[in-house]
Design a protein around this ligand. Structure first.
Ligand SMILES: [Zn+2]
Length: 275
């Protein structure tokens, strides 16, 4: 047995407080290494994958990249095109492992590419796109709106455990503070949060937090009801199961009247458009 010397990777073994780790470092044997340039374009890395380089960069910055996290600060449009190519190769490997003939089966030809594009541009788009721009309008005049606003938003998401579809509706309640955002923005924000790998409980929290950020209001409620492909198409095969989650903040939490008005509004919305 030869004595193997351990060479610490400067990214993973740097002092966490010291963000200025060396931008250039040596390869570790045949390990993948990167030379992180400004934009990690062609000259920015020599071996390995772009995904590997970006993951390394996020670890270096202590940036969490769970399925439900937005990582748009780390992924440019140029990266995305390249990541789709990398994911296509990876999905080809998965199809091969599943013993699906992607050469002669006309329906499986191109499936790897379709899957890769679908993940980046559709079902997980909310991970890679920056927050929707929600221009705020002042709500501070003498006749400012002081009532409750309840917006119903259709949601499509995906569970991070099984990558099965989650389909449902979010009801977003708010008592406006000093500013208002356009009505469609509530739904855009909710959909941006949903188009990731999610847990419904987390999604409910995420939507409440992002609406709070966009509106500066502390009085927010989010109620989601959704069906889960992972319970319908597999496992317990529960076809009529519905999962409900609620997050209440501020008045909605502390004032029983506000809470009741929110749920009464939901009932009226459901009479108007049953699902
Ligand atoms: Zn699941």
């Amino acid at each position: 047995m030869t004595n193997k010397e351990f060479t610490p990777d400067p990214v993973f073994h740097s002092d966490i407080d010291n963000k200025f780790v060396a931008d250039e470092y040596k390869p570790l044997g045949k390990e993948v290494y990167i030379k992180a340039g400004e934009d990690m374009s062609d000259k920015g890395y020599q071996e390995g994958t772009l995904a590997g380089a970006i993951r390394m960069r996020m670890r270096r910055d202590n940036k969490r990249f769970w399925a439900g996290d937005n990582i748009s600060d780390y992924v440019t449009d140029t990266h995305k095109a390249r990541l789709i190519d990398e994911a296509t190769l990876a999905f080809e490997t998965v199809l091969d492992s599943l013993l699906i003939d992607r050469e002669t089966d006309p329906n499986s030809r191109g499936t790897a590419k379709r899957l890769a594009k679908m993940y980046f541009n559709e079902v997980m788009a909310g991970r890679y796109e920056p927050a929707p721009d929600a221009t705020a309008f002042p709500n501070d005049s003498a006749d400012r709106y002081e009532g409750m606003l309840v917006v119903r938003s259709e949601l499509r998401s995906m569970c991070s455990h099984h990558h099965q579809p989650v389909a449902g509706v979010a009801y977003i309640g708010i008592i406006a503070a000093q500013k208002l955002i356009g009505l469609s923005k509530y739904t855009r924000i909710a959909q941006w949060c949903a188009r990731r790998g999610t847990l419904q409980e987390e999604l409910c929290n995420d939507i409440a937090r992002e609406i709070e950020k966009a509106t500066d209001s502390e009085n927010i409620a989010v109620y989601i009801q959704a069906t889960h492909g992972c319970c319908e198409n597999r496992g317990i095969m529960a076809h009529s199961s519905l999962t409900q989650t609620t997050v209440l903040k501020g008045f909605f939490k502390n004032d029983p009247g506000a809470k009741k008005e929110f749920f009464d509004n939901i009932k009226m919305q459901q009479e108007f458009a049953p699902r």
